[in-house]
Write a protein that binds this ligand. Sequence first.
Ligand code: AMP
Length: 398
Amino acid sequence: MSFKNLELTQPILKALDAQGYTNPTPIQQQSIPLVLKGRDLLGVAQTGTGKTAAFGIPLLQLLDAQKNPKKGIKGLILTPTRELAIQIEESLTAYGKYTKPSHAVIFGGVSQVPQVKKLQQGVDILVATPGRLLDLMDQGFIKLNQLEIFVLDEADRMLDMGFIHDVKKVIKNLPAKRQTLYFSATMPQEIQSLANMLLKDPAKVEVTPASSTVDKINQSVYFTNKPDKRKLLLHLLAENEISTALVFTRTKHGADKVAKFLSKSDFKSAAIHGNKSQNARQNALKNFKNGKLNVLVATDIAARGIDIDELTHVFNFDLPNVPETYVHRIGRTGRAGNNGIAISFCAAEERPDLKNIEKLAAIKIPVVQGHPFPLDENAAPQAAQKKQGNRNRQRRRA
Ligand code: AMP
């Protein structure tokens, strides 16, 4: 995917080229088209993901496209710290090198005089920290009645830093008719409530940064024989009284078999995968979310886009071949400040997959000993050797 696929105008593309950007990051790919269409946005992303450009680029393009722009501040970016405010304004300077909208940055702890002077020259996009913004509003130097696009950046940090009341005061002064882009790395309850209050029919985009997600989740691995995996799953679900779990299998057939097995044992389960109709998948998902189903068994492709805030357990019934997939799978739990538990089953032939995962995530996943279905080391070597042989052949071919 290139920036050219995102319906950006020439002046923006030229500026991105000058920055040496070739491809949009995932948050940019997802957000830019939605913002250009005028949608409200709920972006769950951290600094370092490219989120500044994800809101900055479409903001510049939308305002640049206006034939007879009104006078006054039309875009406001509210961010918690002086450092972030400065960085954002620098990014606007870079991405807006060939576009018309003017911009300025204001923050506390320094003289207001140069900031006021800049504001009096007329500013289209203002980057601000909450305290200085309110101060200059109170003094009558800033009016937000022409505002069209409001960006709230790092909402969770605003809360942590005690700025949430200031943010709410600012919001009271914004026109009701506006486009709002809301970004936060995490979604604690208060931040979600604020989002619900501010956003109208928002599109949600989320990027999961690999390493930090892995750190927050309680992970463990059970070595077991392949034919015993279903019994082990059932045992763990029952023993720990787990009421909702997402179970990943490698194949569609595997997903069906596991779901059937669990359903026979009083755990209401359904499988979702590519062979099921869209309707069946959506039904299963709906029933899972409203608690009618306890367990959803999914393949990786079918699970894409599944977003369940209160999911406590993810099971890797089969370990994925691609280690990044492990990180994405377990990132389904431990969201919104909740605790997450990720349990993996590893048969003898999956040991190399486990090794690769541990290498990628730079962790050692604790092994659970003393469970009722341990790996029979004597029975296993044949299968493991066969798989290793296949791998070596593949490697030689590559
Ligand atoms: P941010 O998450 O917005 O703080 O951006 C993190 C860093 O990534 C900044 O140094 C940006 O300049 C850089 N960056 C953002 N988008 C891209 C891109 N598409 N290609 C290369 N670098 C980027």
